[in-house]
Design a protein around this ligand. Structure first.
Ligand SMILES: Nc1ncnc2c1ncn2[C@@H]1O[C@H](COP(=O)(O)OP(=O)(O)OP(=O)(O)O)[C@@H](O)[C@H]1O
Ligand SMILES: [Mg+2]
Length: 245
């Protein structure tokens, strides 16, 4: 089996990459897919904090510095959802060879996972571009504010100079603005829209996925809809919608 690698990236920081990567992973796992979420943010990792997997013993940094194999750094969180945390040991970071990331992704691609979701660091440094380049598709997370849109535009421009493939955007922390406009401004399809909601913050604080903590909330519904799209599963329609065609 060959996994599909999806990079969750952004221009501006703090837009919700880790939140979306992890919660999309949970939503895709609930659709019976085998998912691996990888924290590729070597300088400021925090995926482990969002999952309750604090201070994991073996991490991506240990694999990058050659002191551990990949399988020993993968943690099963629940059925279908696995995490490869990055780790924040300065010592492990010192010896880490980031150029090995491509090799690691290629090795993971040929394992038991259906999808590998990469939580990519913000911006346009080598650390962000490398995981994006090794993915099959990049999804940009954009907030509906000028700085986030402008920074996403820069990533889009750079992507045109490489062979990375941005397939669309997820508008996160949506309030009341026209999200179609954001897609048009960036020239990219809008894969989904996740509203700003305190339930997302509660989900992070309680380390529980939003689809379990508040399954009826707007962000949970939005994430499940995005998960179906990404997995290529047709959208669930109500009886009324089906009758109306
Ligand atoms: N839809 C949302 N509604 C409310 N709060 C949100 C939403 N999405 C994310 N947040 C909050 O925004 C903050 C930043 O989210 P997150 O850490 O996922 O961003 P990030 O893009 O990964 O940041 P960084 O660039 O630092 O890695 C967190 O406190 C998170 O709980
Ligand atoms: Mg993050």
């Amino acid at each position: 089996m060959v996994a599909r690698v999806i990079a969750i990236a952004s221009g501006k920081g703090g837009v919700g990459k880790t939140t979306i990567a992890l919660n999309l992973g949970f939503a895709m796992a609930s659709l019976k897919k085998n998912i691996l979420v990888v924290d590729t943010d070597v300088s400021l990792p925090n995926l482990d904090l969002y999952t309750g997997l604090e201070k994991p013993l073996i991490t991506l940094l240990d694999v990058l510095n050659g002191s551990a194999n990949i399988q020993s750094a993968i943690y099963s969180i629940q059925m279908g959802l696995n995490i490869l945390p990055c780790g924040s040991s300065i010592e492990a970071l010192r010896g880490a060879d980031i150029d090995k990331l491509g090799e690691i992704i290629t090795e993971l691609k040929n394992s038991e996972f259906d999808f590998i979701i990469l939580d990519v660091p913000a911006g346009l440094s080598k650390f962000s571009l490398l995981p994006m380049t090794y993915s099959d598709e990049v999804i940009l997370i954009v907030n509906p504010d000028a700085a986030s849109i402008s920074d996403a535009q820069k990533v889009r421009t750079i992507s045109g100079l490489t062979d990375m493939k941005i397939t669309g955007i997820i508008v996160n922390k949506y309030k009341k603005s026209s999200y179609e406009d954001i897609g048009i401004k960036l020239g990219l399809p809008v894969i989904g829209v996740v509203p700003v909601d305190d339930a997302v913050v509660k989900s992070r604080d309680s380390k529980k996925p939003i689809i379990m903590l508040k399954p009826k909330s707007a962000p949970a519904k939005a994430l499940l809809q995005i998960a179906r799209k990404v997995c290529g599963i047709p959208e669930k329609k109500s009886i009324l919608e089906r009758l109306l065609g």
